[in-house]
Write a protein that binds this ligand. Structure first.
Ligand code: SF4
Length: 437
């Protein structure tokens, strides 16, 4: 393990500023003054929005495949367990129908998408013919270029050579595997099926099939986890052919079995800092690895996560499927419907979602979140924004939460730990700017 760079003193100093740690982006940005669109106006406004040309080049697309064959105790994602093939077929046809429909709108078809992400559930629950049907429609209807990133996320248990070879043939160029921990006892205590050996073999088989951009995620604050098992997880990662890693604390979803059973114990901020710092120091000691976002690390070229980066920088995101949420310009939406509802005749994924909007100047300021989401902000840009913002930057520099590297303000390691709190400060600054202009 590399020598620790962050001191307890820095944690104590930050605690005095923030009080408690915000670890989820949703809570950090909750103060943005979005107002629900009235039902009477919704169809008209969304149709107008999609009829315009896209304003940015880094739009990304998310397709939710809400099917899973596991039931992890910490899971709070919308999913249907052990769904029949017939229902999955219907859903895939619905998705491809929506893509064809979207392809008639200028906003959708005029520029290539920067990244497409298939999440779940576990998209690997689909059969070969279902994946092929879906991917043919993806390539037919979604504008892409040679650099478009196509990511599939999967659980370890579903990885096999046939699946991965098939994904490569269908154009998938990045995979994200939900590892959580290599420790067999820990994995199985939260409902994961595979053991350490299967995890290692899965990673090696994805790599040997030709997926060179391969990310895994590791979670801290799992029940029963120790700092020694966490160190072990990191060491194993360092020996495997992965090019990226997401590291984050377990999210206590209120509907998860873990929280409902009363078995979730919130880590103290001091303990969270120990786990975070160990991972941050270790991952940045790997050759040419960088923090792309506060939770996503990877090799600077081979491990670039385009979708995740664009998400963090608040780029436009078109998200399709139950429980998915997206944003276009000054609008955002949440798809609150169930699988059953969205399969009904005439159902439209976007028009049947709940939409809200904020002042149209928001699109001039939303990129400021790049500071708390990892990309950083050019130092020259600060002065052109506002004195309040310049003062905020000076305060963050003085507290060593950000630093100036090559004329860019970026978070320090301690800043990454407090990234949710920094997002909240930026949210407040953006609210102030929206009121001012
Ligand atoms: S594999 Fe993913 S979607 Fe399925 S239960 Fe586990 S966390 Fe949830």
């Amino acid at each position: 393990m590399p020598e620790r760079k962050q001191s307890e003193n820095e944690l104590i100093a930050s605690l005095k500023v923030f009080g408690s740690r915000i670890s989820g982006p949703a809570r950090a940005k909750a103060e943005l003054p979005f107002i629900p669109l009235p039902e009477s106006n919704k169809v008209f406004e969304i149709t107008e929005l999609l009829s315009q040309s896209p304003l940015t080049n880094d739009r990304v697309l998310y397709i939710h495949l809400p099917f899973c064959n596991q039931n992890c105790t910490f899971c709070g994602y919308y999913k249907e367990i052990h769904c029949g093939t017939g229902l999955i077929d219907k859903y895939i046809r619905k998705i491809t129908g929506q893509l064809e429909l979207l392809n008639s709108y200028p906003w959708f078809k005029e520029k290539p998408f920067h990244a497409i992400y298939f999440g779940g559930g576990s998209p690997a629950s689909l059969s070969t013919s279902q994946l092929t049907f879906l991917m043919e429609a993806v390539h037919r209807f979604i504008p892409q270029n040679l650099n478009t990133e196509l990511t599939v996320e999967t659980t370890v248990n579903e990885v096999n050579q046939t699946l991965v070879n098939n994904l490569v043939q269908l154009g998938i160029n990045r995979m994200s595997i939900g590892v959580q921990s290599f420790n067999t006892t820990l994995r199985q205590s939260v409902g994961r099926i595979s053991d350490r050996q299967k995890v290692i073999e899965s990673i090696q088989s994805v790599h040997s099939a030709g997926i060179t951009n391969l990310c895994i995620d590791l979670i801290y604050n799992l029940p029963g986890q120790t700092i020694e098992s966490w160190e072990d997880d990191l060491q194993i990662l360092g020996e495997l052919p992965v090019t990226g890693c997401s590291v984050y604390p377990l999210i206590p979803f209120p509907d998860s079995t873990l929280v409902r059973s009363g078995n979730f114990i919130q880590q103290t901020v001091e303990d969270a800092f120990k786990y975070f710092t160990m991972a941050d120091d270790f991952l940045l000691s790997l050759t040419n690895w960088t923090p792309f976002t506060p939770v996503q690390y990877g090799h600077v070229t081979a491990g670039e996560p385009k979708y995740i980066k664009a998400q963090g920088q608040q780029s436009d995101l078109l998200a399709l499927g139950p429980s998915a949420g997206g944003r276009i310009n000054e609008y955002q939406y949440l798809s609150k419907y169930s699988l059953e509802t969205c399969l009904s005749a005439g159902f439209n994924f976007l028009l049947n979602s709940s939409w809200s909007s904020v002042h149209k100047d928001y699109i001039s300021f939303r990129h400021l979140f790049s500071l708390s989401e990892g990309a950083g902000i050019l130092t020259d840009e600060i002065l052109s924004i506002d004195q309040n913002f310049a003062d905020l930057i000076v305060g963050l520099l003085n507290r060593k939460l950000i630093e100036n590297i090559d004329n860019k303000y970026v978070m320090t390691s301690t800043g990454r730990f407090w990234a949710g709190n920094l997002s909240q400060l930026l949210t407040r600054e953006i609210c102030y700017l929206l009121n001012k202009y």
